[in-house]
Design a binder for this molecule. Structure first.
Ligand SMILES: Cc1cc2nc3c(=O)[nH]c(=O)nc-3n(C[C@H](O)[C@H](O)[C@H](O)COP(=O)(O)OP(=O)(O)OC[C@H]3O[C@@H](n4cnc5c(N)ncnc54)[C@H](O)[C@@H]3O)c2cc1C
Length: 454
């Protein structure tokens, strides 16, 4: 007998490549185990909050197990900061519960609406990768339910090969049931932020290389319509967690309490032309003007880390056809590749509303974990005719410069591109084959990228 499911058309956050999937929503481990044991026809993949941009948690024609109801916190140790929680607990849940107690996620992406399971499966990184590394660096252990029904305890010491295959393994090794994650202590809910306008790419890279030494977090907003001597015109935002005595006076009585935010919603799909080179140019001009160089601004953590979360469903601004997010990571010696990517974008007038540049530290042993030391450039590009071919053109630039894509964002790459960018793919396939000999775990992405056969 099959457990209950509903049929939904699912896509990633970019809303491209939607596909019909059978969606199971277990409410506890027993429900998940039952689904894994009983769904023997077709394939399955886990899904968290669906914040990956492409088709990694989509399984066209197959089953998707939505794990967001497995969201219980199990234990917390004040002395070590180690939280044990179920896979569906989100970064937002962790912030709400632990910032008031003086703890913060060790690594956070640009949205707080991601689950711990999703954070592990993409081995996510934040604005502190240059110093801290990925989320995986702070995961002490997790329990993994494999397709055979076995539960493996995975850590750096036990089942270490499965631990590093699952970290960034896009859900293809099994279902992370729960994890132990080390949070970092903080003394306030505020960030001390230094803004610095940079006239071009050289200026920004030089500044970020130096400011990364003194700042835990660093990110640059890039005006990707700027050309010529202004290519790479940007505002770098460097941040450190603030102490209680630095908090703005009116909040000083409760330094660990973040100010309430009024949330907004994009209620329906905007017409496809809303974001075009002209509107984006206007936005860029306003953004640059609003961020003069200044030091020591006090910004609450929500505004610094999650500016887009204030507008729910902001992905609707791109209209029904959606958009791709392209994240290109290049080694430090490949500045020329970065320049070529920005030049192609600017020359083709495929303006990116969001363009962000970060420095990356060393990678880790995760077989498909994406970070390599160097820079990472993230671009949002509207889905207009010729987009896939254009993304393939960007892939070739990346490959020529020894770079790689981030699978959490990808919606277009080919199997050959993946194999060229991820040299440990065959090791990953071997571990997946051992854990899942019948090939029951699959996704639209895994098939597109030739990681699995069906
Ligand atoms: C506005 C925005 C900003 C972002 N910024 C960043 C950033 O700065 N850095 C960054 O690294 N990423 C960033 N991301 C991407 C996001 O962090 C990742 O895609 C993340 O993995 C999404 O988590 P999720 O819970 O939504 O998982 P989903 O997107 O639903 O799934 C992601 C993957 O996790 C797998 N998965 C989910 N749960 C489990 C589980 N319990 N067990 C096994 N596998 C599981 C799925 O099969 C899938 O392969 C951003 C996304 C958005 C929308």
């Amino acid at each position: 007998m099959s457990p209950p499911f509903e049929t939904h058309t699912l896509s990633g956050w970019g809303r491209m490549a939607p596909a019909e999937c059978r969606v199971y929503r277990p409410e506890d481990y027993a429900g998940l185990q039952e689904a894994v044991a009983q769904v023997t026809e077709g394939t399955l993949i886990a899904r968290g909050l669906g914040r990956s941009y492409g088709d990694t948690s989509v399984n066209g024609g197959g089953g998707v197990i939505d794990l967001t109801r497995l969201n219980r916190m199990i234990s917390f140790d004040d002395a070590t900061g180690v939280l044990e929680c179920e896979c569906g607990v989100s970064i937002a849940d962790i912030l709400d519960t632990f910032v008031p107690r003086g703890f913060f996620p060790p690594v956070t992406p640009g949205t707080k609406f991601v689950t711990v399971g999703g954070a592990i499966a993409n081995d996510i990184h934040g604005k502190n990768h240059h110093g801290a590394g990925t989320f995986g660096q702070f995961v002490e252990s997790f329990e993994l339910l494999t397709p055979s029904g076995a539960i493996l305890h995975c850590s750096r010491e036990e089942n270490a090969d499965v631990f590093w295959a699952t970290m960034g393994g896009i859900g293809l090794t099994g279902f992370v049931l729960r994890a132990r994650v080390r949070l970092q202590p903080v003394r306030s809910a505020w960030m001390q932020v230094d803004y610095r306008r940079c006239a071009n790419l050289d200026d920004a890279l030089e500044w970020m290389a130096a400011s990364g030494e003194t700042h835990q977090y660093s990110v640059a907003w890039v005006d990707c319509l700027a050309r010529g001597k202004n290519l790479g015109l940007s505002v770098v935002m460097d941040g450190n967690h603030a102490g209680p005595d630095q908090v703005p006076a009116k909040h000083r009585d409760h330094p660990l309490r973040a100010p309430d935010k009024r949330e907004k919603v994009v209620p329906f799909d905007a017409p496809g032309f809303t974001l075009n080179p002209l509107s984006i140019k206007a936005f860029n001009t306003v953004y640059y003007a609003a961020h003069p160089t200044r030091e020591g601004a006090m910004v609450d953590y929500d505004s610094y880390f999650y500016p887009l979360d204030v507008v729910h469903h902001w992905n609707r601004m791109y209209g029904k056809r959606g958009f791709a997010q392209y994240q290109a990571t290049l080694p430090p010696e490949s500045k020329a590749g970065l320049i070529q990517l920005l030049e192609r974008l600017s020359a083709t007038r495929r303006a990116s509303f969001l363009a962000v540049l970060k420095f990356m530290g060393e990678g880790n042993p995760g077989l498909l974990s994406h970070p390599i030391k160097g820079y990472t450039l993230t671009l949002d590009i509207a889905n207009k005719p010729g987009l896939i071919e254009f993304l393939h053109e960007l892939d070739r630039i990346l490959l020529d410069h020894g770079g790689r894509l981030y699978l959490a964002k990808d919606v277009a790459a080919t199997a050959a591109t993946l194999a060229a960018m991820y040299p440990r793919l065959d090791e990953f396939r071997a571990i997946k084959g051992r854990l899942d000999p019948e090939g029951r775990l699959s996704s639209s992405m895994a098939r597109r990228l030739g990681i699995v056969e069906r």
